[in-house]
Design a protein around this ligand. Structure first.
Ligand code: G4P
Length: 551
């Protein structure tokens, strides 16, 4: 995709100023939501403002588009690959926006969490009729770990929904996030009349457009006498009363708290009718943080550091035997990336020339010439990159790795053919290194088969498929009944201290750390009650400098 606003160093400018301007013109975010909340619809509308859909060849009747997408997904599913696009880049009002795609539905996997490790901001999308849903809560926890700013869009206001005040209350009490409503709805569902912008004191009127067509957004001042002819008095006064309540008891706009991930601006709208999407985008661009410093093992690295650096947050293998390419996705963290540049690979110390960098937009790929902090590039990966690897130019640096996220599906992986053991071992070790799946081992060393631990079912299918096609080993999965995993803080000594424990299985991860597996949350809570001093984590911290166990 061509840049509408090319980043070109002009003669007068120093590289420092140039880089500072490229960084200040970038915003990067991921959408966190539960399936069906409207992520695809909102993404389409956002891309429309950036004029990017046309370039991606994606403007089609919705039905047709759905078909195209699902055909593609079925094909990909047959190949067993984690799907669709990884990043969508578009330009809007002189800003380059990178939307990092968080795979959902059947493709939900550890990649979904890892993508959040590369994002600087998150948009939390809720269905007004459902409020917070399980997948959103899980993704929120990952955002919270890094304290990234969260912008909430309450969608489907054209349909009957929950009370707006209780939607805010749910976010505050269950996620521990303060809320600040930027606009406030007048009515909902059949009686949805629009929103009141709390800052401009304007009413943006909603007119029910034909399904799929854009609604007209007419704006009137709150004191405009015409308003009483357009909005029922009862609805308007209810909305105004609620705003008054928010003014008295709610939080107020505080950019510092937003940037610290402690307060979320909330917007009400309807993505399908394109109501409230543009104001959302405008406000988002004003309040979201530009690419920020990232932590390396020696402290934070400023994006304006001259030398290029970045880290691998996702690996994707194409299963098509004719194009068995593998791509490593790199989040650029500092400096300028240029095509053909030579970089250092921190883990191995090797020097690599990056000759075929790609920008991937949906199915289309184009070669990138340069990229800046907040951008994502795809590199061909002939097996040299692992999740979390750092690439850099200049002074040696290594970014803090990406942790292991709590798996929810567990299965023994059996190799029925002992003569294929060598290939089995090689395949399992390589797939673990790539981050396709987590590998756990029984504490009892006589049980040598690996336990696959995944966030989504697709991950297990990918592993089996790849073992068979790339390593020639047909394996058998034997599902285990567990659903919850927790790492033990303090490791084996902490576990030994509490003595015998019940209703859970103790296994070890690839770094020999104890992990407890539970059949359900209830058993986990029981253990916590029985042993209040035992501290458990849902996320396996990064281990650096220690080689993992191999099969
Ligand atoms: P997802 O990616 O989060 O899974 O959600 P997606 O955008 O696919 O939307 C899920 C369903 O919700 C779709 O309906 C979509 O049209 C609908 N939807 C999204 N935003 C709004 C909104 O603001 N108002 C209303 N009323 N509906 C909305 P569908 O019936 O599954 O598909 P389709 O037949 O509309 O294509």
């Amino acid at each position: 995709m061509d840049h509408l606003f090319p980043d070109k160093l002009d003669n007068e400018e120093t590289f420092e100023d140039f880089l500072a301007s490229a960084v200040s013109r970038r915003r990067n975010f991921a959408i966190i939501s539960h399936p069906d909340a409207g992520k695809t619809t909102l993404t389409e509308k956002l891309l429309l403002y950036g004029g990017a859909i046309q370039q991606a060849g994606a403007v089609k009747a919705r039905g047709e588009q759905r078909k195209v997408t699902s055909d593609w997904m079925d094909l990909e599913k047959q190949r067993g690959i984690s799907i669709t696009s990884t990043v969508l880049q578009f330009e809007y009002e002189d800003i380059t926006i990178n939307l990092l795609d968080t795979p959902g539905h059947q493709d939900f996997s550890e990649d979904t969490y890892r993508t959040l490790a590369a994002a600087d901001n998150a948009v939390m999308l809720e269905d007004a009729a459902k409020g917070l849903e399980p997948q959103t809560r899980k993704l929120f926890e990952v955002c919270k770990m890094r304290s990234i700013p969260i912008f909430t869009f309450i969608n489907k206001m054209d349909r009957p929904g929950l009370e707006p005040l209780s939607l805010l209350d749910e976010i505050e009490s269950e996620l521990g996030l303060l809320t600040w409503a930027v606009n406030w709805p007048i009515g909902s569902g059949e009686t949805f009349r629009g929103v009141i912008d709390r800052r401009t004191k304007e009413v943006v009127l909603f007119s029910r457009a034909e399904r799929g067509k854009q609604s007209n957004e007419r704006t009137l001042k709150l004191d405009d006498p015409q308003l009483i002819d357009l909005v029922e008095e009862e609805l308007l006064s209810k909305s105004l009363e609620e705003i008054e309540l928010l003014e008295e008891a709610g939080s107020s706009m505080d950019l510092e708290l937003i940037r610290a991930g402690e307060l979320t601006p909330v917007f009400f709208g309807s993505a399908m009718t394109n109501f409230g999407v543009r104001p959302f985008l405008d406000n988002f661009l004003e309040m979201a943080q530009k690419p920020v410093a990232r932590n390396s093992i020696d402290g934070p690295i400023d994006p304006l550091t001259e030398g290029f650096s970045g880290f691998v947050f996702k690996l994707q293998a194409n299963m098509d035997p004719r194009h068995r390419d593998r791509i490593a996705f790199i989040r650029v963290c500092s400096g300028r990336f240029e095509k053909d540049m030579t970089v250092r690979h921190a883990r191995t110390g090797k020097t690599i020339r990056l000759s075929r960098p790609q920008k991937i937009f949906g199915k289309d790929r184009s070669v990138v010439d340069d990229a800046y902090p907040g951008d994502v590039i795809g590199l061909n990966n002939p097996g040299m990159f692992s999740i979390g690897d750092t690439l850099y130019v200049g002074k040696r640096l290594e970014y803090e790795g990406i942790p292991c996220f709590s798996p929810e599906i567990f299965s023994w992986l059996r190799n029925p053919n002992p003569s294929a053991f060598k290939n089995f071992r090689k395949g399992v070790n390589q797939l673990r290194e790539e981050g396709a799946v987590q590998i756990l081992y029984d504490k009892d060393e006589s049980k040598r088969d690996p336990i696959l631990a995944a966030v989504g079912q697709l991950q297990l299918e990918v592993v089996q498929h790849r073992l068979e096609n790339e390593y020639g080993v047909a394996t058998r999965l034997e599902p285990m009944e567990f659903q919850v995993a927790r790492w033990v803080d303090g490791g084996w000594p902490a576990l030994e201290k509490i003595g015998r424990i019940f209703n859970c299985k103790t296994v070890k991860d690839a770094w020999s750390r104890p992990v407890l597996l539970f059949k359900n949350e209830w058993n986990l809570n029981q253990l916590k009650e029985d042993h209040p001093r035992l501290s458990l984590s849902a996320v396996g911290p990064v281990v650096s400098g220690v080689d993992p166990l191999n099969l």
